[in-house]
Design a protein around this ligand. Structure first.
Ligand code: GDP
Ligand code: NA
Ligand code: MG
Length: 356
């Protein structure tokens, strides 16, 4: 029922992205943004059931597309990691973290630089929700050793490029133990989506909250402070101690439910479906599919326009270059296949027109 209606939409967009369409057209996507260490990877980990690279400092250096596919029977767990022309399959998750690191090193170079090249991780399991999200580098202010002075603005530029598109759902991750209203990521989302139509906020680390701030946080979750149409959801993930104690993701989900059930202030969020990773997964799938449905007409228009432009260009190509050398040179320069990447005109072409 629900799943059958969701999967085809998500598959359509995933397939278009695989074909590289996102370089020309904006595709509906969920983008995960937040300050460094706000809990982005922990949330993605809990959603996917896969341990992801995480820790302090800059861990996500390239956009990571996480495609979650619910499969029934047969496969118990399978993952495929792809980037550039490489594809690696995994049947258990133990080496995954290392392989994502290797992929980043290959794309962005060893060290601490960031780069806007997509790494795709497809996870097939009966235990996941149908969902595709893209994790971006966390916002940071202070460059760490070896990072360029402007790393902060580099990261913000990359984030902006993704979230300013109308086709993007902005999933903003904010820890409960900070001043949510002044979170940089939320401010950026507000800038590009002032009405909060396509922004959803995830409040993390409710167990680390400052005593006495519970009421204010409840007002935020109830949409009374910064109203967002897609609202707020509070989640509790594994803290460092629980990771060190080898608490599994399943155990952590049970602990999350107990935490909210027994919480003096936040237990009400359970009934309202504004708490837990599980509600988050269900809501995100629904948001994504609604968003894809809404975007399909625009996508169709965009494709038609592209096609029209390309047909015109093809006609001009068929007519061939003009007779005079100068006109011919201009014609060829305009049709240099590498012109979008600002690559130089092929030396052979240049040579054939001399140096004028
Ligand atoms: P990212 O940099 O935004 O990807 O953040 P991480 O997911 O790496 O999390 C940063 C730290 O916060 C890690 O040590 C996590 O274990 C911890 N953390 C994440 N979520 C929670 C939570 O709900 N409660 C607690 N106590 N710690 C959390
Ligand atoms: Na981190
Ligand atoms: Mg991270």
């Amino acid at each position: 029922h629900l799943e059958e209606s969701i999967r085809p939409y998500i598959d359509l967009i995933d397939t278009l992205r695989s074909a590289g369409i996102h370089k020309d057209l904006a595709l509906p996507t969920i983008i995960v943004i937040g300050d460094q260490s706000s809990g982005k990877s922990s949330v993605l980990e809990a959603l996917s059931g896969v341990p992801l690279p995480r820790g302090s400092g800059i861990v996500t250096r390239c956009p990571l597309e996480l495609r979650l596919k619910k499969v029934e029977g047969g496969v118990s767990w399978k993952a495929v990691l792809s980037y550039n022309d490489k594809k690696n399959e995994f049947v258990d998750s133990s080496s995954l973290e290392t392989r994502v690191h290797e992929a980043q090193d290959e794309l962005a170079g060893k060290g601490v630089a960031i780069r806007d090249d997509l790494i795709t991780l497809e996870v097939m399991s009966p235990g996941v929700c149908d969902l595709t999200l893209i994790d971006l580098p966390g916002i940071t202010r202070v460059p760490v050793n070896g990072q360029p002075q402007d790393i902060g603005s580099q990261i913000k530029r990359m984030i902006m490029k993704y979230i300013e598109k109308q086709e993007t759902i902005n999933m903003v991750v904010c820890p409960c133990n900070t001043d949510i209203a002044t979170t940089e990521a939320l401010k950026m989302a507000q800038e590009v989506d002032p009405d909060g139509k396509r922004t959803v906020a995830i409040l993390t680390k409710p167990d680390l909250i400052d005593k006495g701030t519970e009421k204010r946080i409840l007002r935020i979750v109830s949409n009374e402070v910064i109203p967002l149409r897609k609202g707020y959801i509070m989640v509790k993930c594994r803290g460092q101690q629980q990771i060190d104690d080898n608490i599994s993701l399943e155990e952590s989900a049970d602990m999350e439910r107990d935490f909210f059930q027994n919480h003096e202030h936040f237990s009400c969020l359970l009934q309202e479906e504004k708490a837990t990773i599980k509600s988050l997964a269900v809501k995100l799938s629904q948001h994504l599919v609604d968003h894809i449905k809404k975007s399909l007409r625009q996508l169709n228009e965009q494709i038609k326009k592209k096609l029209w432009d390309l047909r015109n260009e093809l006609k001009e190509c068929e007519a061939g270059p003009p007779q005079d050398p100068r006109g011919a040179k201009k014609f060829l320069i305009q049709r240099n296949p590498g012109r979008h990447e600002k690559s130089p005109l092929h030396p052979i072409w240049l040579a054939s027109f001399g140096s004028n």
